[in-house]
Design a protein. Structure first.
Length: 97
C-alpha cells in the first residue's frame, strides 16, 4: 500500500462526495466530523447499494457504551477508541482487506 491508495477527507460531506466518485475498499470515519458527522455518514453509506458490505471502522473518542451500540446499529464493522497507534490501524487494514 502506498499513499496513492489512501483518500482523505477533512469532513463528512467531502467524504460522501469521494464515496460517490470513487470505489472505496475500506472506510475509517471519526464520529466527530464537521458538516456531516461520522454516525450520519455511516447511515448514508449503508443505504448505498455499492457500499452495503463495505468495512467501516469508527475511530473516535466517544467510548461510552451507548455510542458504541449506536455505531454498531448504524452499521460500523469495527470501533476503535482514541488514542490509537499506527500498529492498530495496520491490524485493522489487514483484518478487513
Amino acid at each position: 500500500m502506498d499513499g496513492d491508495d489512501i483518500l482523505d477527507a477533512p469532513e463528512g460531506k467531502t467524504a460522501l462526495e469521494i464515496l460517490n466518485k470513487e470505489t472505496i475498499d475500506l472506510l475509517f470515519v471519526d464520529w466527530n466530523m464537521p458538516k456531516l458527522n461520522g454516525l450520519d455518514l455511516v447511515k448514508i453509506v449503508r443505504k448505498m447499494e455499492k457500499y452495503k458490505d463495505l468495512p467501516i471502522i469508527m475511530v473516535t473518542s466517544e467510548a461510552a457504551r451507548y455510542n458504541v451500540l449506536e455505531a454498531i446499529k448504524a452499521g460500523v464493522t469495527d470501533y476503535i477508541v482514541k488514542p490509537i497507534t499506527g500498529m492498530t490501524v495496520m491490524e485493522k487494514i489487514k483484518a478487513y482487506m
